[in-house]
Design a protein around this ligand. Structure first.
Ligand code: RP5
Length: 188
């Protein structure tokens, strides 16, 4: 992979997206937004689409069949309820698919989770937590980072920042004690 291909910082005027974020309905968009945001924060160009396995199946098939030739390297697919979109996309392409189970009113997203993760042998979908849009974006960046040092370094820096935040909190807890720490937390 060209180290700059598909990044917003590329010298090329309009690089192709490296990641597609697809969802069954616009009601899923808020769940997928953290994935889009973190990928764009890393300078990774993202294509975002609404493709329903049930309401627009032909468009979903067309997308799945063409994704690889359009330069997409990872697909994030979010859906809720009878969440067939990630599995169907995985059936249509050899590109890795990350499934995001969307929270539902009736069953809190457990229905979405089971629908997405119980794939038959041979057609995997890497499933993140219910509502786990952020981790889907990070996992997509990690996959791309195996072949792109710029993305790899950004993922590493992100994780280092998480580490540093916890170290700071730990030190503060040790210094202030439980009650002071909690009361400061509750006043935020
Ligand atoms: C699924 O049905 C979508 O992924 C969405 O989570 C769920 C409900 O869709 P809407 O009725 O909100 O459009 O296909």
């Amino acid at each position: 992979m060209n180290s700059e291909a598909g990044t917003l910082n590329s010298a090329k005027a309009k690089p192709l997206p490296l990641v597609a974020v697809v969802m069954g309905s616009d009601s899923d968009l808020a769940t997928l937004k953290p994935a889009i945001d973190v990928l764009e924060k890393f300078g990774i160009r993202v294509e975002v689409r609404i493709l329903s396995a049930h309401r627009t199946p032909l468009e979903m098939v067309q997308f799945g069949q063409k994704a690889q030739s359009h330069g997409i390297k990872v697909i994030i697919a979010g859906a809720g309820g009878a969440a067939h979109l990630p599995g169907m996309i995985a059936a249509l392409t050899d590109i890795p698919v990350i499934g995001v189970p969307v929270v539902t009113k009736a069953l809190n997203g457990v229905d979405s989770m089971y629908s997405i993760l119980q794939m038959p042998g041979g057609i995997p979908v890497a499933t993140v937590a219910i509502g786990g849009g952020l981790n889907a974006g990070l996992l997509a960046a990690q996959i791309l980072g195996t072949a792109n040092s710029n993305i790899y370094e950004q993922v590493s820096a992100y994780r280092q920042a998480l580490h540093d935040q916890v170290i700071t909190k730990d030190q503060k807890l040790v210094d202030q004690g439980t009650n002071n720490y909690l009361s400061e937390m509750n006043n935020k």
